[in-house]
Design a protein around this ligand. Structure first.
Ligand code: FNR
Length: 184
């Protein structure tokens, strides 16, 4: 059976390491997964005055993508030991209306990469807490905490090609599929 997955990258930059991880996930995902990348780049800063006039198109598209998804995959950097503002802002938009938000009971999985050694653990912990507040169902594990990401890329293509990381991603994706079916 086909699974529809929305993928969110918490970094907007073109050469993002986290987007490279997301790309590897797309390539390793089972063939019956259909992954749609969300575009956060045009989502404005949350403002209830804007919201009261109706969601901006970028927000409406993001909400609809999550509404249609069987699961949502977040791959995010860590900024100053926490969640990047871009990602928190986008999640704040889709958390509303509170009682009927598309995040409620939606299966999520979180991953992240950094050139540093902490593997984005603190950022992921904050994303988890945010999603808990929004009544989403975040997979407890396995976790993907990639440190030293700049040393795990192919020198020619720039793509993630560290064998043990790729095998771990496969396990993570398999576990996420089980997590999604747990709630179906
Ligand atoms: C960072 N970076 C970073 N890394 C980390 O492991 N822990 C941290 O707390 C921070 N803090 C931080 C703050 C700010 C404002 C920036 C811009 C960066 C470094 C970060 O991991 C690095 O820039 C990554 O390359 C960002 O992810 P993408 O864009 O490559 O996906």
């Amino acid at each position: 059976n086909k699974l529809t997955i929305t993928a969110i990258c918490g970094s907007l930059r073109e050469g993002s390491f986290n987007r490279k991880v997301l790309k590897a996930m797309e390539e390793l995902a089972p063939k019956h997964w259909e992954i749609h990348r969300a575009d956060l780049s045009n989502i404005p800063l949350y403002n209830a005055d804007i919201e009261s006039q109706g969601d901006p198109q970028s927000v409406a598209l993001f909400k609809e993508s999550i509404r249609q998804a069987d699961g949502v995959l977040i791959v995010t950097p860590e900024y100053n030991s926490g969640i990047p503002g871009v990602l928190k802002n986008a999640l704040d938009w889709v958390s509303r209306p509170v009682k009927s938000s598309v995040l409620i009971q939606k299966p999520f999985a979180i991953a992240g990469a950094t050139p540093g050694s902490g593997g984005t653990a603190q950022s992921q912990a904050q994303v988890r807490q945010t999603l808990l507040a929004m009544n989403a169902y975040t997979m407890p594990g396995p976790k993907i905490l990639i440190g030293g990401i700049h040393e795990k890329l192919n020198e020619t293509t720039g793509e993630l090609d560290d064998e043990s990381t790729l095998r771990h991603i496969e396990k993570f994706l398999t576990a996420f599929e089980q997590w999604i079916y747990f709630f179906k």
